[in-house]
Each structure stands twice: as C-alpha cells, then as structure tokens.
Design a protein around this ligand. Structure first.
Ligand code: RP5
Length: 165
C-alpha cells in the first residue's frame, strides 16, 4: 500500500532520466508513491520555485533532485523548502559527474542537501523512503523486508560460491 506522503523526483533534463528513474523504481518496490518531473535550476528557475513551493501542500514529504554539470538543482530546490532534499549528481559532460558531485555536496552552511554517490539514484530513493518511514510504519516495514531480501540474496550467492569450491 502507498505511503501517505509522496516523493517528488526532479531532474534537470530528460537526459538524466535513465539514472533518475532508478529512484522511482525502488520507491515503487517500497510502496512509496513518487512523481518524476523535469525542471531546470538555470533554464526554468521560476518553475522550480513554483513547483517546490506548492509541493508541501500537495503531500510531498521529501524531494530527490538530480542534475549534471554545475547545474546545482538540488541546492536550488533546498533554498525554496524546509522539506528534506536528497541530491543525485549525474555523470554528464567532460568531468563525468565530478562537477555535479561538488556542486551538490558542497552546500554552504544553513541549507543542507543529503548527497548520494554520482549516479546514486537508487540509494536516493531508499534514503527518501527512510526519511518518510520516521512517521510511517508501513514504509518502515517495507524497508525491513527489503533488507531481508538483500541479505537472503547474499546468503544464496555464498551458498553457490561455496558449493562451487
Ligand atoms: C543539466 O545539464 C541537466 O541536469 C543535464 O544533466 C545536463 C545536460 O542537459 P541536456 O543538454 O541533456 O538537456 O542541467
């Protein structure tokens, strides 16, 4: 069943979609509703402000924002809301995400962005679910089951590898 609060997943361009859809996929696995939008910190700054300011009233509990280059979408989103923002640096362009990593993770004091690894949209989705799970027992239970499945998969690999030895 879906959680009461939703996750709004923003990206700077549709070229970020192959990475950012991983966040939506894992949130679906965890029973958390989410929406994907393309909004750009530098190309559509007014729309970023409008969407982010309206999100809290629309049931959004956490933002995930991913962008490449020094576009800094996650910081621009965080500047407009008190809700938590998880930033995903996207590998795009000559520096392969190192520029995006620094512009996302190196927020000056006062406006934090919880930054995951370059291309780490799956972890961004899991972290967003963990934040929502503070006030939602169903999401907490889904996260427990998710970890149990991961542990069972590792144990299965161990059994196979030992059997091969
Ligand atoms: C950033 O510039 C986007 O997040 C994307 O990663 C990058 C390139 O955008 P496109 O030229 O593909 O639209 O703003």
């Amino acid at each position: 069943m879906a959680s009461a609060k939703t996750v709004l997943i923003l990206m700077g361009s549709d070229s970020d979609l192959p990475v950012m859809r991983e966040a939506k996929a894992v949130l679906s696995e965890l029973g958390v509703q989410s929406e994907l939008r393309v909004l750009s910190a530098h190309r559509t700054p007014d729309q970023v402000r409008e969407v982010v300011r309206g999100a809290e009233g629309a049931g959004v509990g956490v933002f995930i924002a991913g962008a490449g280059g020094a576009a800094h979408l996650a910081g621009a989103v965080a500047a407009q809301t008190h809700l938590p923002v998880v930033g995903v640096p996207v590998a795009n362009g000559p520096l392969q995400g190192f520029d995006a990593l620094l512009s996302t993770v190196q927020m000056p004091p006062g406006i934090p962005v919880a930054t995951v690894a370059i291309g780490g949209a799956r972890n961004a989705g899991i972290l967003a679910a963990q934040i929502l799970s503070i006030g939602d027992g169903q999401v907490r239970e889904a996260l427990r089951a998710f970890r149990a499945r991961m542990a069972a998969a590792v144990e299965e690999k161990d059994r196979k590898v030992r059997g091969d030895g």
